[in-house]
Ligand binder design. Structure first.
Ligand code: SAM
Length: 291
C-alpha cells in the first residue's frame, strides 16, 4: 500500500527513529518532533533510552523491544498501531535495524499494511565511510564478523574477492582476532581504516595496511578501546593485460605454484617470471587460495 508521508499524522504509524551514536548534538529536529508526539517508544534498552528522553525533556511510556522478545512483542505493539496509536522504535545508538533489533517488527508492520515512516539520522557505518577516504561508490556492509574462529574464517573467505569496500562492526575484545584473520585471508598489504569513537571526544581514524594495524594493536592496547568500525579496501581487480599480452594463464600459473609453495613465495616467483607487480599477484594468489 502506498502512503503519503505528508499525511503521516493522520492515523496509526510506526516511526523508525535514528538517534545519535555518541554526540547528542546529532539528534535531528525531526527525531525530537517525532519522539515528542508519539504515544510510546519501543526501545532496545529502556534505561538507556530513558536517559535520551530525559535529556530531551520528554516523558514517554517505554516498551522493551530487543532480540530476545521481538517476536513475542511485535504483534501486540502493531495492534496498537493498527488501533491508531503512534509508536516510535529506537535502538541504543544510531539507526534501528542496522545490526540492531527491529527487523521483525518492521517486516510484520509492512505485511499488515501498516504505515512505517523512517526518521533518518546517524549510523556508524555511513559516518565511518564518509570520512575514511576509501571508495564509497560500491560497498558491502558485513556487520559483525562471527565470534568463533572457523565461522569467522569462512565469513571472511566469502568476501575475499569482493572488489567493493568492506565495512564491518567489531567489539574491542575481538578486534585483534579479527584483524589477524583478515591478514590471513585478505593479505597484509590491503588498506584498512579503523574508525574509533565516532562523533565522541576521542574520535580517531587510523589509516594503514592490515599488517601495520595488526602491529599497532599488538603494541598499543589503547588503540583497540571503545566503539569501532573497520573499513577494508576491496580486492584489487587483477590486471590481466600483461598476462594476456604474453598469452599466459596467470591463475593456472599461480595455482600450480600454490600447490607447492606459500603465498609470498608464489607472488615473488610469479612476479619475476611475468613482470606483473608482486602485490597484485600476492592478492590474487591469496584469493585463489581462500576461494
Ligand atoms: N544501529 C547502529 C548504527 O546505526 O550504527 C549500530 C549498532 S551495533 C549494535 C553497535 C556497533 O556499531 C558497535 O559495536 C560499533 O561497531 C558501531 N558503532 C556504534 N557507535 C559507534 C561509534 N560512535 N564509533 C564507532 N563505531 C560505532
Amino acid at each position: 500500500m502506498a502512503h503519503d508521508p505528508r499525511t503521516a499524522d493522520a492515523a496509526g504509524c510506526l516511526y523508525v527513529v535514528a538517534t545519535p551514536i555518541g554526540n547528542l548534538g546529532d539528534i535531528t529536529q525531526r527525531a525530537i518532533d517525532t519522539l515528542s508526539k508519539v504515544d510510546a517508544v519501543a526501545a532496545e534498552d529502556t534505561r538507556h533510552s530513558a536517559r535520551l528522553l530525559q535529556h530531551l525533556g520528554l516523558h514517554k511510556p517505554l516498551i522493551a523491544l530487543h532480540d530476545h522478545n521481538e517476536r513475542a512483542r511485535s504483534g501486540a505493539l502493531l495492534d496498537r498501531v493498527a488501533g491508531g496509536e503512534q509508536i516510535a522504535l529506537v535502538s541504543d545508538a544510531g539507526t534501528p535495524l542496522i545490526s540492531d533489533p527491529g527487523f521483525v517488527l518492521v517486516r510484520e508492520a509492512r505485511e499488515r499494511g501498516l504505515r512505517v515512516v523512517p526518521i533518518p539520522g546517524a549510523s556508524a557505518l555511513i559516518t565511518a565511510l564518509s570520512a575514511a577516504g576509501l571508495p564509497t561508490d560500491r560497498f558491502v556492509f558485513a556487520g559483525f564478523p562471527p565470534a568463533k574462529n572457523k565461522a569467522r574464517q569462512d565469513f571472511l573467505a566469502a568476501l575475499a574477492n569482493e572488489t567493493g569496500t568492506l565495512v564491518f562492526y567489531e567489539s574491542p575484545h575481538r578486534v585483534r582476532d579479527t584483524i589477524d584473520a583478515m591478514v590471513a585471508c585478505f593479505g597484509e598489504t590491503r588498506q584498512v581504516v579503523l574508525a574509533r569513537e565516532l562523533t565522541k571526544t576521542f574520535e580517531q581514524f587510523y589509516d594503514a595496511t592490515l599488517g601495520a594495524l595488526q602491529a599497532l594493536l599488538e603494541a598499543d592496547p589503547n588503540a583497540s578501546r571503545g566503539e569501532m568500525v573497520l573499513i577494508v579496501a576491496g580486492a584489487a581487480p587483477v590486471d590481466n593485460s600483461l598476462a594476456q599480452a604474453t598469452g599466459l594463464d596467470i591463475d593456472r600459473l599461480l595455482k600450480a605454484l600454490l600447490s607447492e609453495l606459500p603465498v609470498k613465495s608464489v607472488a615473488r616467483i610469479a612476479a619475476d617470471a611475468t613482470g606483473i607487480p608482486k602485490n597484485q599477484l600476492y592478492e590474487r594468489a591469496l584469493q585463489l587460495k581462500t576461494s
